[in-house]
Design a protein around this ligand. Structure first.
Ligand SMILES: [Ca+2]
Ligand SMILES: [Ca+2]
Length: 114
């Protein structure tokens, strides 16, 4: 949780994944999404981390906090080639290698890769 838009009320950021599997289990997993909602349930944005981020309970740790002190929370997470931002744009494209950390202004859902 964090105040993503700086209005003084918390929003919720949650991870939603499909067919998650631990590394001990072989096979392809589904997509991993980070989604932001107002406390009244209003949808704000979704980041689709793409097929190169493995789904499972042990993956995709993320942080929500006001890291730059401007009163609006950012979201930090891992991205990879094929990650789609909250505006529907692919932000991580080949040949940039592998998983890369990104920071996302919480009110936009549009991460910048670090
Ligand atoms: Ca807020
Ligand atoms: Ca901030």
């Amino acid at each position: 949780m964090g105040d993503l838009d700086g209005d003084g009320e918390y929003e919720v950021v949650l991870k939603r994944d499909q067919n998650g599997r631990d590394n001990a289990q072989a096979g392809v997993t589904g997509e991993v999404h980070l989604e932001a909602y107002k406390l009244d349930g209003t949808f704000m944005w979704k980041v689709n981390l793409g097929k190169n981020i493995r789904a499972g309970a042990h993956y995709t740790q993320f942080l929500v906090a006001d890291f730059d002190g401007d009163g609006k929370a950012e979201v930090i997470c891992k991205t990879a080639d094929g990650t789609v931002d909250g505006a529907g744009k692919v932000i991580a494209t080949p040949p940039r290698p592998g998983p890369t950390p990104a920071i996302c202004p919480g009110w936009t859902g549009i991460p910048d890769r670090l």
